[in-house]
Design a protein around this ligand. Sequence first.
Ligand code: AMP
Length: 213
Amino acid sequence: MVLLGPPGAGKGTQAVMLAEKKNFLHLSTGDILRENVKRNTDIGKKVKVFMEKGELVPDDIVIEMMLDTIKNAKAKKDFILDGFPRTVYQAKKLDAELNKLKLAIDMVVYFKTGIETVILRLTGRRLCSKCGANYHIVNMPPKKQGVCDKCGSELYQRKDDSEETIKKRLEVYNSQTKELIDYYKAQGILEEVSGDLEAGAVYSELTKILNTR
Ligand code: AMP
């Protein structure tokens, strides 16, 4: 399954819920890239500046990284791609490689989300510095301010969740990622949920769709 939508649409939150409740494997390109930056790997060194500016990381880097991840995960579980593909070029490469592995994308869920929701979500988002758990200062606050409920570590704000970088990321979404909606619609595998709803309501929409497929 591929989750598609602007940054702040709630793709990551839903992917975590689906992974916990339905046993999917959650593959988030952003999380994998951030982990590489944190560990200062070769990939991390190459992608850091792009990520900080809110630009897409070059296709070749991200495609190779995600295809390796998928190959390692193959046959273990059904997987959710969160944040990949993000360009039509990436989508075509993904289709071709999955075909070779005798795999295919069953379903793409488009999170249709208004700009006001996205800005409120991203500016209030906080992450755990250790386990990566996601919070929001208003919608999903931790029990103790600034501290992760799950592992007790400190919460932080992503550098690219600043207002200026959010603007850039939305521009990038509109100019390079949005066209994937038509790409997958043409394949007859696109489903839509409202990303403006709160997490529990989106999850019920998602499970309804899963049950009818
Ligand atoms: P995310 O956590 O999905 O918001 O991604 C954070 C950042 O990682 C993006 O702003 C991009 O710089 C980079 N990134 C994530 N996924 C991709 C992708 N599929 N292609 C290119 N860059 C990506």
